[in-house]
Design a protein around this ligand. Structure first.
Ligand SMILES: NC(=O)C1=CN([C@@H]2O[C@H](COP(=O)(O)OP(=O)(O)OC[C@H]3O[C@@H](n4cnc5c(N)ncnc54)[C@H](OP(=O)(O)O)[C@@H]3O)[C@@H](O)[C@H]2O)C=CC1
Ligand SMILES: O=C(CO)COP(=O)(O)O
Length: 313
């Protein structure tokens, strides 16, 4: 990359947008701007001249953000980065698919990995993945964020990278339930180990590469989120195991927990593609008041016996 500073604009000043801004600023080769809906500057003025535009808005804000930007003139060489972990209701699209469909001539890069924002804010070492079919764009983004506290890998499977981060949020809810009910280490290990093939079944059906799920954005993020009380999705599951209502939990959280919407969208997606999603289905039923944490565990334990590596279930 040239010696001139890269101009990066981050849209979304939530926990993740702020942490990413800090990482990009830590690498002093970048000029970083961060924009939120309450900013005094207009969106048009902050994206003007940006080399790279990163969206860190939650799933419910992606479509609106894309629409605002399509109304502006963004040069075709401007790179979009999507850092959202979610699925869109009704269209069942991933955030990067929304970006790419709306900006077909622009490079779109996914950034996803085991990156709990609080640890990033504390400048603890972490690693992530940037993924794009455009390898040159991915390499540019890799340079923008790489530093001695943040190691950035690249791959060419944006959908797999994105789905790892998205699907593990549902598993983190299940994991919070498992810990909250004090089911023990054997149960937790079984849950996480069975979670991965479930994620792979969904991912490969949607065009992702199986291998990607064994990397940082898949297994890596699954471990981080399912083991950390810093994860908001984990806290949702933990709260449900304590008998709290979802409403109560979300008020206490005061922040985004994408696994809830993702579980709702996944049910439709699994039905459409005929994919077995036993763990995600129990999470769906739990958050929609159709089962209890204890019943959900019973259901999972009572499933038909099968071969461990039966790819379909
Ligand atoms: N926090 C973390 O550790 C990580 C989070 N992520 C992902 O990043 C995304 C954002 O999470 P996070 O920052 O933590 O969430 P927060 O709850 O802290 O912030 C929510 C963000 O979403 C934006 N937003 C919410 N509703 C709308 C809307 N209707 N229109 C436009 N923008 C909206 C907000 O924009 P505004 O600033 O304008 O209010 C804000 O940037 C999620 O998909 C999450 O899964 C990924 C990796 C790590
Ligand atoms: O995606 C994350 C870490 O990689 C953040 O997880 P939560 O959204 O559950 O807090």
């Amino acid at each position: 990359m040239s010696n001139t500073k890269k101009k990066l604009t981050i849209i979304g000043a939530g926990l993740w947008g702020q942490a990413l801004a800090k990482l990009a600023q830590y690498n002093d080769q970048n000029n970083v701007k961060i924009w939120s809906r309450t900013s005094s500057e207009s969106l048009a003025s902050v994206v003007q001249e940006a080399d790279v535009i990163l969206s860190a808005v939650s799933m419910k804000g992606v479509r609106l953000t894309v629409e605002k930007l399509t109304a502006l003139t963004i040069p075709e060489e401007t790179i979009f980065i999507s850092a959202t972990k979610g699925l869109e209701t009704k269209t069942l699209l991933t955030p990067s698919q929304i970006w790419q469909k709306s900006f077909p001539s622009h490079p779109v890069v996914v950034l996803s990995g085991p990156n709990l924002s609080k640890e990033i804010q504390q400048r603890l070492p972490a690693a992530t993945v940037v993924a794009s079919e455009d390898v040159v764009a991915a390499a540019k983004v890799q340079e923008i964020f790489s530093s001695d506290i943040f190691r950035v890998y690249s791959n060419q499977d944006p959908i797999g990278t994105e789905l790892g981060g998205t699907l593990k949020n549902v598993m983190a809810i299940a994991s919070g339930v498992c810990d909250g009910l004090q089911l023990g280490t054997n149960a937790k290990s079984a849950l996480l180990t069975r979670a991965l093939p479930e994620m792979i079944r969904i991912g490969t059906e949607l065009g992702a590469s199986r291998e990607t799920f064994f990397g940082l954005s898949g297994l890596g993020d699954l471990i981080a989120t399912c083991y950390s009380p810093l994860s908001r999705n984990y806290r949702v599951g933990y709260g449900l195991s304590e008998g709290k209502t979802l409403e109560q939990i979300l008020i206490e959280l005061g922040s985004t927990a994408e696994g809830i919407n993702t579980a709702n969208v996944l049910i439709e997606l699994a039905q459409k593609h005929r994919i077995a999603i036993p763990i995600s289905r129990q999470v769906y039923q739990l958050i929609n008041g159709e089962t209890t944490p204890q019943e959900a565990v019973k259901e999972l334990m009572a499933r038909d016996l099968k071969a461990e590596f039966d790819v379909l279930s």
